[in-house]
Design a protein around this ligand. Structure first.
Ligand code: AKG
Length: 341
């Protein structure tokens, strides 16, 4: 005769145990959790024993403590969202001319607020001069690295190192101009081309705004972007503040504040799986509540992207851009870096 099973024997799979813990921590009603388990044929006595064992486990008690801390932070994020929504134009990004460095740091840098500066790039000798033809004529023989074959890799942006190939800048210009609308080829920040000695003369045609960027820390702090219309950098955030100067063409930025991260419902390191141009609201319903700022950057404009702000970028035409992180203020943050924690 078979022995009687002990009443508290835990036979549910680890997946089901995790499901129960997840739902309890998320605040799902006990009745619903119990009904689901009963519906899957788990005997009532086992359901009760399982829930009691999970809620008494030291791991669950520790998770509850972390959950309380996370909820407190969530409240601060919600506060930001609510206050943001009371602004006259919550989706707008200000455009500003004549701002001195002090006012920039006080009003935008210190408050983590994006802004478009309309009179910085226009003052550079490079503005109006940097075109694809100019890059080819002056630096056509310079070997650069560029990401290619992006269209056949769904994770092209995070795979930039593997997709990058050496190419003469002149040949790359020809390919960009022949490409039409394409996301296949792109010279991006991670290619680190702006640090190449052969391209240093480019910086003779750029005047750093006084007091805003530190000329002594230019090395390793700049990024050259060049590609056809149709390039897309998926939704991600950077780990420092950036000013993004647009010299040629137009780019559309969709920006989401760091305090709305919970609404993205999906993060992979510094990337989000949400496509803000065509959000899949069945998969990511909370994104419908996100306040997406939409900025089209015209030639000559410079966008300040504050640290932690999510941004998705589409080139609306062939474009050339130069970005900087060497602010004359502290720009290092103990921000999440994939793989570190
Ligand atoms: O221009 C782009 O495609 C992306 C720019 C960007 O994401 C950045 O500078 O952080």
């Amino acid at each position: 005769m078979p022995r009687r099973r002990p009443r508290d024997r835990l036979t549910l799979s680890p997946d089901w145990q995790r499901w129960i813990a997840d739902n309890l921590l998320a605040g799902a009603p006990h009745d619903e959790i119990i009904a689901t388990l009963l519906g899957h044929g788990v005997p009532r006595a086992e359901v009760d024993a399982q829930i009691a064992a999970i809620t008494a486990s030291p791991a669950y008690v520790a998770a509850q403590r972390h959950l309380r801390a996370a909820r407190r932070l969530e409240l601060v994020a919600r506060l930001h969202r609510q206050l943001d929504a009371t602004r006259a134009r919550p989706r707008a990004v200000e455009r500003c001319a004549g701002l001195d460095a002090e006012a920039f740091f006080e009003r935008y840098y210190a408050t983590n607020t994006p802004v478009v500066l309309t009179d910085v790039v226009t003052a550079w000798a490079a503005f109006g001069r940097w075109t694809p033809a100019y890059l080819k004529e002056r630096f056509g023989d310079v070997e650069v690295m560029a990401a290619m074959g992006r269209a056949s890799d769904p994770d092209y942006d995070m795979h930039t190192p593997a997709l990058s190939r050496p190419v003469a800048l002149g040949d790359f210009v020809d390919r960009v101009l022949a490409a039409g609308e394409s996301n296949d080829l792109y010279l991006v920040a991670n290619n680190r081309n702006s640090d190449r000695a052969a391209l240093r003369p480019l910086f003779d045609e750029v005047t750093l705004p006084a007091g805003l960027l530190d000329p002594a820390r230019l090395a390793g702090s700049t990024a050259l972007w060049f590609g056809p219309g149709g390039t897309v950098t998926p939704l991600h955030h950077d780990t420092s503040n950036i000013v993004f100067g647009n010299l040629y063409g137009e780019k559309r930025f969709l920006l989401v504040a760091p305090w709305e991260t919970a609404l993205l419902q999906s993060t992979r390191g510094v990337y989000s799986l949400v496509d803000p141009e065509r959000p899949d609201l069945d998969r990511f319903p909370a994104f419908a509540r996100a306040n997406v700022r939409d900025v089209v950057l015209a030639p000559g404009e410079m966008l300040f992207i504050p640290v932690g702000w999510w941004h998705h970028v589409r080139a609306l035409s062939v474009s050339i851009n130069l970005a900087f992180t060497n602010f004359a203020r502290d720009n290092a943050y103990d921000w999440f870096r994939p793989g570190e924690r």
